[in-house]
Design a binder for this molecule. Structure first.
Ligand code: NAD
Ligand code: DAU
Length: 361
């Protein structure tokens, strides 16, 4: 089993990254330091970890910076003697990649290249190799019909600029293993939900709109299917793979919880009605508004997670209804967080993207 000491987390102020930093520092058998490198794009929020240093004094360092800044990466590796990299940093929203793909190419492809190259050079100089753990997505495999599932052997067929950029980054990571022998692990996960998710994504967007009585935009007929995993379960899988995963291997992670989008938004509406009562006398389902479909919208994702189950004994533990209830409670109890991230930048994006739905936000 590997022992981690000085861990560089990229994108640690984002949704999954911040959940993971909390998860890692709370492990009783991890005594190391976490260095969080984050550019603080619209999706990165230092508030997500504002209490972390007081909870773990001396064990958390934040560096505001870009993974494309090669000189900065070299400094970080040397200053903190990094032995493990957990690479979350990315542009992550499919709809944004359709409106403007360039930052996706820059961060997801060139940024991953810079990080790999910095890890390789550090290894050459110090004679000690870092483990490079790359966080990826099920979207690299493309889209499924009603039946079937993705295995680790499924050929890549990405359909959006986002998934194409993630696929390219996965290929680079693999190439650094095959060509240079850099120790790498890649995991591809399905849709996460939970606390701290930026409300441009379906679940937090639905919770907040349903809470405030605003229209809930559902693309097309709402028949597209995603496999939802609670973010804490994803963090647990990463932690296990970091210590026990096989170098050079790729692992699928999933929630074994496939739902159509209409099913997900309807359930959120019902759960909010249960907690708060109907909105102005109407069930919140009445807020559901069908809107124009996403171009190239992948119909269905489904993961075969046999490999991680059989080799490491991991499986997703959180029941969807319970996970959603926890998530809804978190958003209800963190209205200050919601208020804070609803900055000008966020509002500009929402206005540009959803402008077609009257009074949506
Ligand atoms: P997010 O958008 O919430 O957070 C991304 C973070 O990366 C932000 O803190 C942002 O500031 C930072 N960042 C962006 N560009 C950067 C750069 N150039 N340099 C340094 N930091 C930068 O994303 P997320 O949903 O937490 O996803 C994290 C990772 O997990 C991504 O790689 C994503 O592809 C992958 N993933 C996400 C999901 C999901 O459902 N959210 C599922 C599978 C895989
Ligand atoms: O599958 C993993 C991927 O999941 C990650 O790699 C991505 O980073 C993450 O953003 C997520 O991508 P999706 O496109 O699946 O997530 P999103 O929440 O944007 O959309 C989920 C589904 O809901 C999708 O079918 C589109 C639909 N949708 C989304 C939004 C924002 C709507 O119907 N209405 C909406 O307003």
């Amino acid at each position: 089993m590997r022992r981690l000491k000085n861990v560089l987390v990229t994108g640690g102020c984002g949704f999954i990254g911040s959940n993971f930093v909390r998860y890692l520092l709370s492990r009783p058998n991890f005594e190391g330091v976490v260095v969080n490198l984050d550019k603080l794009t619209y999706a990165g929020n230092p508030e997500n970890l504002k209490d972390i240093l007081s909870l773990y004094p001396g064990r958390y360092v934040f560096v505001k910076g870009d993974i494309c800044d090669f000189e900065l990466l070299k400094k970080i590796f040397n200053a903190y003697q990094i032995d493990t990299i957990v690479h979350f940093a990315a542009e992550s929203h499919v709809d944004r990649s359709i409106l403007g793909p360039e930052p996706f190419i820059e961060t997801n492809i060139r940024g991953t290249f810079c990080l790999l190259e910095a890890a390789r050079l550090y290894w050459k100089e110090k004679k000690e190799a870092c483990l490079f753990y790359h966080i990826s997505t099920d979207e690299v495999y493309g889209s499924l019909g009603e039946k079937g599932f993705f295995t680790e052997q499924t050929p890549y067929r990405p359909n959006s600029p986002y998934s194409a950029s993630k696929a390219a980054s996965d290929h680079l990571v693999r190439a650094y293993y095959k060509t240079y022998g850099l120790p790498v692990i890649i995991s591809n996960c399905t849709n996460n939900y939970g606390p701290f998710q930026f409300p441009e994504k379906l679940i937090p967007l639905t919770i907040l709109n349903a809470l405030e009585g605003k229209p809930i935009p559902v693309y097309g007929k709402g028949e597209n299917v995603r496999d939802w995993i609670y973010v804490g379960d994803h963090c647990e899988a990463i932690w296990l793979l970091l210590r026990k995963g096989k170098i050079g291997e790729q692992y699928n992670i999933g929630g074994e919880n496939e739902r159509s989008n209409i099913e997900v938004v309807s359930l959120i509406c019902d759960l909010l009605d249960e907690v708060l009562g109907p909105f102005n006398g109407n069930p919140r389902r009445s807020l559901i508004t069908f809107v124009k479909d996403r171009p190239g919208h992948d119909f269905r994702y489904s993961m075969d997670i046999t490999k991680i189950k059989t080799s490491l004994g991991w499986y997703p533990k959180t029941n969807f209804r319970e996970g959603l209830k926890k998530t809804i409670r978190w958003y209800l109890e963190h209205q200050d967080w919601v208020f804070q991230i609803r900055s000008g930048t966020y509002q500009n994006w929402v206005n540009e993207f959803y402008g077609r739905i009257k009074h949506a936000f």
